[in-house]
Design a protein around this ligand. Structure first.
Ligand SMILES: O=C(O)[C@H](O)COP(=O)(O)O
Length: 263
């Protein structure tokens, strides 16, 4: 990996790098976040700097990210660390899944109230929707009035009330197939900095994982992973994380668990 990515135009294979944004304040506080626009935590900023260091030798042509600041601020830190100017495309389709009425709730407290099993079904099942966010939810206005959504033409009527992995994939996949995929096939070197569930959707698709298999997949914040894809964007080598196995195991366990009330 240290040698960077080869010229994708000259090869029939494409290296694509993905990373979940650095830790957000709400990851740190163990709160369901979804489409709420939380900032990066101090550790998240450090993680983003580290991503930039790890990807220094990669010559990306284009970076895709979401309309949420924890993702696009990570992009900015990565670019600053790399000392590079690269085209950045922000797309709502790469946003985190909308966590519905759970948005703003502490994950461990929610498990105490509804039971761990129920909460883990909301978090990791393929198609079970969390309860919808109604207009009287205390974070409803903050989400529908997000100025970055409005700048990108995303209005209240376009914003989901809740999303499962399945419904998230129904917006991520067309974006992958119709926008990012053709750019990769043209030979452009692509980096995608997005979110736990939007990236799990892409991983499910690329690796052809079943609904059961994807339920067990947890993506840690701030650790890049890459695929080598063939000309049809099928994996030649599956995802490779940019860290040692022990670190990956520890960080994955952190995401998979329900965490604690006080964080
Ligand atoms: O939106 C969130 O709270 C996180 O980004 C993802 O949370 P999860 O790991 O509980 O799905």
């Amino acid at each position: 990996m240290a040698d960077g990515n080869p010229c994708n135009v000259c090869s029939a294979q494409h290296t694509v790098v993905f990373v979940r944004h650095g830790e957000s304040e709400w990851n740190r506080r163990n709160i369901f976040c979804g489409w709420y626009d939380a900032d990066l935590s101090e550790e998240g900023v450090e993680q983003a700097v580290k991503i930039g260091e790890q990807l220094k030798d990669f010559d990306f042509d284009i970076i895709y990210t979401s309309l949420l600041r924890r993702a696009y601020d990570s992009v900015e830190m990565v670019l600053k660390t790399m000392g590079k100017t690269i085209t950045v495309i922000k797309a709502w389709q790469l946003n985190e899944r909308h966590y519905g009425a759970l948005t703003g709730l502490n994950k461990a407290e929610t498990a105490e109230k509804y039971g761990l099993e129920k909460v883990q079904i909301w978090r990791r099942s393929y198609d079970v929707l969390p309860p919808p966010m109604e207009k009287d939810h205390h974070l409803y206005n903050a989400i529908v009035n997000n100025p970055v959504f409005l700048q990108h033409g995303i209005e209240e009527k376009d914003i989901p009330k809740t999303e499962s992995l399945k419904t998230t994939l129904s917006r991520v996949l067309p974006y992958w197939e119709n926008v990012i995929g053709p750019v990769i096939k043209e030979g452009k070197r692509v980096l995608i900095i997005a979110h736990g569930t939007s990236l799990r959707g892409l991983v499910k698709h690329i690796d052809s994982l079943s609904e059961e298999e994807i339920m067990k997949l947890n993506l840690p914040t701030g650790i890049p992973f890459s695929y080598t894809l063939d000309k049809n964007l099928k994996p030649v080598t599956s995802r490779k994380f940019f860290c040692d196995d022990e670190t990956l195991k520890r960080e994955v366990e952190k995401v998979a668990g329900i965490g604690t009330k006080e964080q």
